[in-house]
Design a protein around this ligand. Structure first.
Ligand SMILES: Cc1ncc(COP(=O)(O)O)c(C=O)c1O
Length: 478
């Protein structure tokens, strides 16, 4: 029996499992069948199966044969919950944030660093065609500033879609914005003064930390659990201790953990807000990108006192270039409108009209169904690749939706170093230090899995894994 032959056969079988040609729980071809089909000896097949078993791809069931195991994907553990009890600190975000934002313009680089949606979905062509048509048929230039609240037809569509998240809202209480981050910035301007304290999830989307820095606020970081999101127990303690002016939460399929606060806990969270009369800025930008059977409800769905300001946009579901976002402003409508007017008078009308039209058509729902399925598969492929190329002690988040995964390396392996190394090799990642105001996530990083897997993207994950494996060996030898 040739050494190479059985490992080649094992590789071939692994590729079939990966491609989905043989699925989890399915019986593999019998030893005899495989030997005949591949024209190799029985002992070569047995050796190949032994290797696959050792690597965790298959399991033997007595008197029945070899079956594909599920454990390959589940063998990696989930990231730990932050245990840091943070005090309010003045937000100063890392210079890395701007470096990461700017280098995505490098055309030769393979980028996993920014949370951008896929570009290979047909909706993009549809948006382009709608732009072309509306720019010819609808008057937009030469009309002066439009109403700061945004065109009614768009607000009507936003109100219509909010019902899916369990929110009943009138179009007249919605303000459109230039994206979700702009929406959250306007909310912070209305709710806070420089020096105030706000609570954020930890790890936290770095854009939120940058807003907090821009408005001269202090942030207290509340641990988020990889499955259930924001810790309500820690939030209650923070509310007791600090004069919080607002809480910010990416409530469904957060960035970077991909976690969601379960609906029951959302109800509890609203009771807590009511008890302490603290408003919450909800970022629901990933809410439509769920992998499960149905959409989770927004925190806003449980809000009866108007304490929740829901912000979102089309940046993750369609394209960030649209710069179309909104706020379900409720009781803060007038103040938010004024803020928007002070900041930018109004937002460009054409992208808003295009968005209104897209949202009114069945194509948007079809696109979402397709995107959810594609993202779920692309995430599973990422887990396969991380399982294959990273050391077994690597942890990876289990997002139930959205487009990003959080990787935790053994403590001591520095993800910022990995970022610098991989950037030299034209592979871009988002290092963990960007997601907190203290150094607690130095061994973590975030990867975007939205984009179609290509050999170049797969090789990039292999390179990252090899670097980490070398670092782990080095650490162990010290
Ligand atoms: C959680 C979250 N909120 C907001 C944004 C920014 O959204 P927009 O492009 O609509 O401003 C992002 C983008 O990465 C995000 O991940």
């Amino acid at each position: 029996m040739e050494n190479n032959l059985y490992s080649q056969l094992a590789c071939k079988m692994t590729a079939q499992i990966r491609s989905g040609a043989i699925t989890v729980g399915e019986r593999m071809p019998s030893v005899r069948q495989l030997s005949k089909r591949e024209n190799v000896s029985i002992s070569t097949v047995v050796a190949a199966y032994n290797l696959l078993e050792e690597q965790g791809w298959v399991e033997v069931r007595p008197k029945s044969g070899y079956y594909v195991r599920r454990q390959v994907r589940e063998s990696l553990q989930v990231p730990s919950t932050s245990d840091v009890h943070s005090r309010p600190v003045i937000a100063t975000t890392s210079q890395l944030v701007m470096d990461v934002q700017r280098e995505v313009t490098k055309p030769e680089a393979v980028s996993f660093s920014r949370a951008t949606p896929a570009t290979d979905f047909p909706i993009i062509r549809h948006v382009e065609r709608t732009y072309t048509r509306l720019s010819r048929t609808r008057k937009h230039l030469g009309t002066g500033h439009t109403n700061p609240e945004g065109p009614y037809e768009l607000r009507q569509q936003i109100a219509h879609h909010a019902v899916d998240a369990g929110v009943a809202v009138s179009p007249t209480s919605i303000v459109t914005t230039a994206g979700c981050l702009n929406a959250m910035g306007l909310c912070l301007q209305v709710l806070t003064q420089p020096g105030d304290v706000v609570a954020v999830e930890s790890p936290c989307y770095y854009g939120i930390l940058q807003l907090i820095e821009a408005y001269g606020l202090k942030a207290v970081e509340i641990p988020a659990h990889h499955e259930t999101g924001l810790s309500l127990e820690a939030l209650r303690l923070a509310m007791e201790q600090w004069p919080l002016k607002a809480v910010l939460s990416v409530s469904s399929f957060s960035n970077p953990l991909g976690c969601s606060i379960p609906d029951e806990r959302k109800r509890e969270l609203v009771s807590l807000l009511e008890q302490y009369q603290v408003p919450l800025i909800e970022d629901d930008i990933y809410g439509d990108l769920y992998f499960g059977e149905r959409r989770t409800r927004a925190i806003k769905a449980f809000d009866t006192q108007g304490l929740v300001l829901l912000c979102s946009s089309l940046s993750k579901t369609i394209d960030p270039q649209l710069r179309v976002g909104w706020i379900l402003a409720g009781r803060y409508f007038e103040e938010l409108l004024h803020r928007k007017f002070l900041n930018m008078l109004s937002t460009p009308i054409l992208p808003q009209l295009v968005s209104a039209e897209i949202l009114s058509q069945g194509i948007y729902e079809r696109h979402l169904r397709h995107a959810r399925e594609a993202y779920r598969h692309r995430y599973l492929r990422l887990v396969d690749l991380v399982s294959e190329y990273f050391p077994g002690i690597t942890k990876i988040s289990r997002p139930q939706g959205g487009i990003v995964a959080w990787i935790e390396l053994p403590r001591g392996v520095d993800a910022t170093e990995l970022y610098h190394y991989s950037r030299e090799h034209d592979v871009l990642i988002a290092p963990g230090e960007m997601f907190s105001l203290n150094k607690q996530f130095q061994h973590c990083f975030r990867l975007n899995y939205a984009h179609r897997w290509t050999p170049a993207r797969e090789n990039a994950i292999q390179k990252l894994g090899q670097w980490v494996a070398e670092r782990v060996v080095l650490l162990q030898s010290q």
